[in-house]
Design a protein around this ligand. Structure first.
Ligand code: SAH
Length: 227
């Protein structure tokens, strides 16, 4: 028997990560299968690879963190993008959630304010030959007007309120998840648009995300330095 390939080894780690996600109450089989298809380590700096398959937030540099996988699984379970839908993601970060979304949706448009993170995400996404993902470096609080409206909007950083510009780019019908609240503690809010009406529902309390920094959220001066 030859030596196991690197990928074989990571399949085992991935299965254990999926077990941890299940233990957090995620039982949607389609979502769990998506996690089985994407190696998380290639989205993370090599220095943190030993922790890549823990169900934990992981530092990715520039004061930012890759979100906890079970929280991302909750996002995917609540939003369930379908193969005909267009998704806007604010806060590409590592690009891991971007990849998961890319496997579920028709197209994913993802905005990140830190150029270096976007570039790193691009090369990881290219490794997986995910060709339905477009990345933009810029302020996501103003959305990505060129490709609007979006059936699904995923905001992965915490905002003091729902930015109006993003809400305007949500399709009707459309759904969006966004952490809203104070700098250090937020509620996860599901925003739905249907027949011209916008409704908001708190779907999880006490979540913590890095701050959304931009024109329609926290200003960089007041927001920088979040965990
Ligand atoms: N889903 C990502 C989350 C990364 S953390 C992951 O798991 O890796 C949130 C990201 O939002 C950070 O990379 C941060 O730089 C980015 N961000 C913060 N404010 C932003 C803004 N106004 N526009 C775009 N990206 C923003």
């Amino acid at each position: 028997m030859g030596p196991r390939s690197l990928d074989d080894q990571f399949v085992g780690y991935r299965r254990r990560l999926i077990e941890q996600i299940r233990r957090q109450g995620i039982s949607d089989l389609e979502v769990l299968q998506i996690f089985d298809q994407v190696p998380r380590h290639i989205f993370l700096p090599q220095g943190v690879w030993p922790r890549a398959y823990e169900d934990a937030p992981i530092p990715i540099g520039y004061g930012q963190t890759a979100s906890q996988p079970s929280l991302q699984a909750l996002y995917l379970t609540l939003l369930k993008p379908t193969p005909d839908e267009k998704v806007l993601e604010i806060g590409t970060g590592s690009g891991y959630l971007t990849a998961l979304l890319g496997l579920m949706a028709d197209r994913v448009y993802s905005v990140e304010r830190v150029r270096e993170l976007s570039a790193r995400a691009r090369s990881a996404l290219d490794t997986l030959t995910l060709h339905n993902v477009a990345l933009l470096v810029g302020d996501g609080t103003i959305g990505w007007r060129k490709y609007a409206p979006f059936d699904v909007i995923v905001v992965s950083a915490a905002s003091p309120s729902v930015p109006q510009a993003i809400l305007e780019q949500l399709a009707d019908p459309g759904r969006m998840l966004i952490p809203v609240g104070a700098r250090d503690l937020q509620e996860l809010v599901m925003v739905r648009k249907q027949d011209g009406e916008v409704t908001e529902e708190v779907v999880a309390d006490a979540v913590t995300f890095v701050p959304l920094l931009g024109r329609y959220a926290w200003t960089p001066e007041s927001g920088e330095g979040g965990q």
